[in-house]
Design a protein around this ligand. Structure first.
Ligand code: HEM
Length: 575
């Protein structure tokens, strides 16, 4: 059949006449996909690209183009040991390959770390990936903000963390500890054996969540009563076991293609639920304040006692328009200066307090019970101190803060060995010179005590290493020895600034705002548990403990389901 003149005009003859239309379509589709892939790789590359390190440094050879050492370090049970080995091989500063051919500079020297932390939020800022993650999880609150905005937000929140404020909150921690004790006693009493087996990780989650809920914003999550809450679901949803491959890819590429974060993955759905829940809690606080105003009397659990309540953000008696509806501007009544917080920031601070306060404390408490079960002699020594100083009563504020030296030593030893945040990674916002106390040998063989950092360089402070470095903490640096806090061994680490010469609470302008809160809470729970119960690991002190990946890495008993830490618990009589 002859082709009509029209078809000859409309359909230009193919440059590859031997190809069928279907084959051409397929080639077109593949070319489209290949271009898209090329564009994606280009975008990912330009996103991750970091400038050359100004001072050339030695460091380990790359093991994966896509992940660099990122995944390797995440998977280690003891990342501090990896940095210990590298610092012995390459000195106090070296580069470590990261994703897509990037490099980060790791600084292992105390003086260099003090300088680095002192320049936080202005000179060194959150990398884009972390910032997007923090924004999704917490909102644009303290952890997300940088520079002047961080300074303003921090100034607005700080008054609620004074010693006097935390002292008032101690009653909340005693109440939660007591509530947990009632449940534990009932479980042990109904057990057929002398002891009961508890998943202490779960219980520490519940007791920490209820405490931060009430102490943070006067809201009882009632997790200790077995009530399910989206907050626990959200954290569970970040467990590796629950995270499908698709979600992980989306998380990884999220900062490069922000729209991916709107896809209905399990994690994204959970985050939305969390934000809705926190929004509802904020509404409840407001409603309660309204009722208090109408009735003219205080409600014992009103937010007024809690951190958020102290700040007066939801108080209708505040001088300046407060969050009457959550779209208005809020002013901190206590500060007296122009510390405006948008309603979005108030919600973000609530999320920050909840999540920063809950996950870290529950992980630390779980580790404390594991370490004391591994070293029954230390458990006994702590119990002896508690019984001789406190007897069967609740420890007083004075005892908690200054009267129980071995309890203090155990708490700090746990925080030293198991920092929930093992590393601080930042990007240099401008060129910088980092001073070192020990000489560095550069990749080209020169010796220097100053590291030149170009704007855009990624710099890491390896907290887990600095807390356990042999050079700072001695030959037994990786062992659980609370006694080091009571003798001269402790003097070695004084070159490190930060809370009690460990970096577990970070340092500089971003040093953990809730550290006094955390320490008092930690001590009250531990005093209750060790004073009243005896703990043992299921297969004795050598029971293997491995890492369980979650938002922050958690411990788990090897072979147990999810992040379970099963311990045998005996109830002790009062002497
Ligand atoms: C053992 C318990 C805790 C540990 C180990 C811990 C650790 C940390 C660390 C390492 C940071 C710095 C994060 C960064 O630079 O990205 C931080 C910040 C923060 N923490 Fe904690 N934390 C604990 C408990 C708490 C508690 C109980 C609260 C609140 C009630 C809290 C509130 C905060 C806040 C608000 C910040 C942000 C500070 C800022 O950016 O200025 N933390 N914490």
């Amino acid at each position: 059949m002859l082709a009509s003149p029209l078809s000859a005009q409309v359909v230009p003859s193919s440059p590859f006449p031997h190809l069928t239309a279907a084959m051409e379509q397929r080639i077109l589709a593949y070319t489209g996909l290949a271009s898209l892939l090329f564009l994606s790789i280009y975008k990912v590359f330009s996103h991750w690209k970091t400038p050359k390190v100004a001072t050339p440094l030695k460091g380990p050879k790359n093991i994966s183009f896509i992940f660099g050492f990122y995944r390797y370090i995440q998977e280690q049970d003891d990342p501090g040991a990896v940095y210990e080995a590298w610092s012995k091989e390459y000195g106090p500063a070296f580069t470590v390959p990261g994703p897509f051919g990037t490099k980060r500079v790791v600084i292992c020297d105390p003086k260099a770390n003090t300088h680095f932390y002192s320049r936080e939020t202005y000179g060194y800022v959150q990398p884009k990936l972390a910032r997007v993650f923090i924004e999704n999880l917490f909102g644009r609150g303290l952890l997300w903000s940088e520079g002047d905005s961080h300074k303003r937000q921090r100034k607005a929140v700080t008054p609620a963390f004074s010693n006097a404020a935390i002292r008032r909150l101690a009653a909340v921690f005693h109440d939660s500890a007591h509530k947990m004790k009632i449940s534990w006693d009932a479980i042990i009493d109904s057990s057929k054996t002398e002891y009961a087996v508890f998943d202490v990780q779960k219980w520490m989650n519940h007791v920490s969540l209820d405490s931060i809920g009430i102490a943070g914003f006067g809201h009882d999550f009632a997790a200790l009563d077995g009530k399910n809450t989206p907050v626990l679901d959200v954290f569970d949803s970040f467990d590796d076991a629950n995270t499908d491959f698709f979600s992980r890819i989306i998380f990884f590429l999220g900062p490069v293609f922000p729209t991916l974060q709107n896809l209905p993955t399990r994690s994204n759905r959970m985050l939305r639920r969390l934000r809705e829940t926190m929004g509802k809690i904020a509404d409840e606080l407001l409603e309660r304040s309204r009722r208090v105003k109408m009735d003219g009397k205080e409600d014992s659990v009103t937010a007024d006692k809690s951190i958020i309540g102290l700040l007066g953000w939801f108080s209708l008696r505040a001088k300046f328009p407060v969050a009457v509806d959550l779209s208005s501007l809020v002013k901190s009544e206590n500060a007296g200066t122009q510390l405006h917080m948008s309603s979005e920031e108030v919600l973000a601070q609530m999320n920050t307090l909840l999540l920063a306060g809950y996950e870290t404390t529950s992980i630390s408490l779980t580790w404390a019970l594991i370490e004391l079960s591994r070293r029954v002699d230390k458990q006994e020594r702590l119990r002896h101190e508690l019984r001789s100083v406190v007897g069967g009563a609740e420890p007083s504020w004075e005892q908690i803060t200054a009267g129980l030296p071995y309890l203090d030593a155990v708490v700090h030893e746990v925080l030293r060995l198991h920092p929930p945040v093992g590393e601080t990674t930042r990007v240099a916002a401008e060129d910088d010179v980092i001073p070192f106390s020990a000489p560095i040998t550069t990749a080209d063989g020169r010796t220097t005590d100053k590291l030149l950092i170009a704007k855009g360089t990624i710099v890491s402070s390896p907290i887990a290493y600095l807390n356990t470095a042999e050079i700072l903490w001695g030959h037994d640096s990786s062992e659980f020895v609370p006694e080091r806090w009571l003798d001269e061994r402790f003097n070695r680490a004084k070159a490190i600034t930060g809370h009690r010469h460990i970096l577990t609470f970070s340092d500089g302008p971003r040093i953990c705002l809730g550290r006094t809160f955390a320490l008092v809470e930690f001590k009250i729970f531990l005093a209750t548990m060790i004073g009243q119960y005896r703990f043992e690991l299921p297969d004795g002190p050598a029971t293997p403990i491995v890492k369980h990946p979650s938002i922050l890495p958690r411990p788990k008993v090897k072979g147990c389901e999810g992040g379970q830490v099963l311990l045998k618990v005996w109830r002790l009589g009062v002497e």
